[in-house]
Write a protein that binds this ligand. Structure first.
Ligand code: AKG
Length: 225
């Protein structure tokens, strides 16, 4: 049975009332801000930082336009594919875990996302590492974003589009503290600052659940080479 005309009209109106300004990420656009009472950490999670429509559109554009690469790592003496695709965009070169990333200039979409998060966080970012998780078999294992180019207390702004994945955090020395989990949903922004990277490490584990692709962007400020 077809929905009545009135319902179509209502859906049309609702859709068009949703703020479409990409930069409108205040309470009126539905953003919910969560803080975490964790020792040695300063973490803020903005749920629905981007609306679903903006996020779906940005996911599509990033998937098509980003110059994704398949990196390799050495594990127990064997060269294997990194379990995700990556790319680095920004003003300066960057590398991690022995991988040197070719640098590409910010695209229009990346510039838009960067401006939105810079405005909300009052921080300047000079580069972004992108991760493309094709399915639940793609992952990133325990690490901290503490490369020396990121400075003493790195500020990491992590934006997610696509399927929700679990982001886990564990304290490096305090074994009495429980492992934390945050569901990084479509359009969310996770901000990690202060001493977080010194004391905590994070991962996105593999999942056997049938889930779709996800793109994650971690904006960083590269201070020196
Ligand atoms: O995909 C994520 O949410 C985490 C990415 C990450 O840890 C990184 O790029 O260092």
């Amino acid at each position: 049975m077809k929905p009545p005309l009135l319902l179509y009209l209502l859906l049309y109106l609702l859709d068009n009332i949703t703020p479409m300004n990409l930069f409108n990420t205040d309470e009126s656009s539905g953003t919910t801000i969560h803080t975490f009472d964790l020792p040695d950490a300063d973490i803020v999670f903005y749920e629905h930082f981007f609306t679903n429509r903006q996020s779906d559109e940005l996911f599509k554009k990033l998937k098509e336009n980003i110059r994704w690469q398949q990196d390799k790592i050495k594990l127990y003496g064997k060269i294997i594919d990194l379990p995700r695709l990556t790319a680095w965009y920004g003003e300066k070169a960057y590398g991690y875990s022995g991988i040197t990333m070719p640098v590409h200039p910010f695209t229009d979409e990346l510039q838009l996302i960067k401006s939105a998060i810079e405005k909300a966080t009052d921080t300047k970012f000079t580069g972004v590492l992108l991760n493309y998780y094709r399915n639940g078999n793609d992952s990133v294992s325990w690490h901290s974003d503490d490369e020396k180019e990121l400075g003493k207390n790195p500020i990491i702004a992590s934006v997610s589009f696509g399927a929700t994945r679990t982001f886990q955090l564990r304290h490096k020395t305090r074994k009495d503290l429980k492992k934390q989990a945050i569901s990084l949903s479509n359009g969310s922004l996770l901000l990690m600052k202060g001493s977080t990277q010194h004391f905590w490490e994070h991962q996105v584990p593999k999942t056997s659940k049938p889930i779709g692709p996800r793109i994650n962007l971690t904006f960083r400020d590269i201070q020196s080479h």
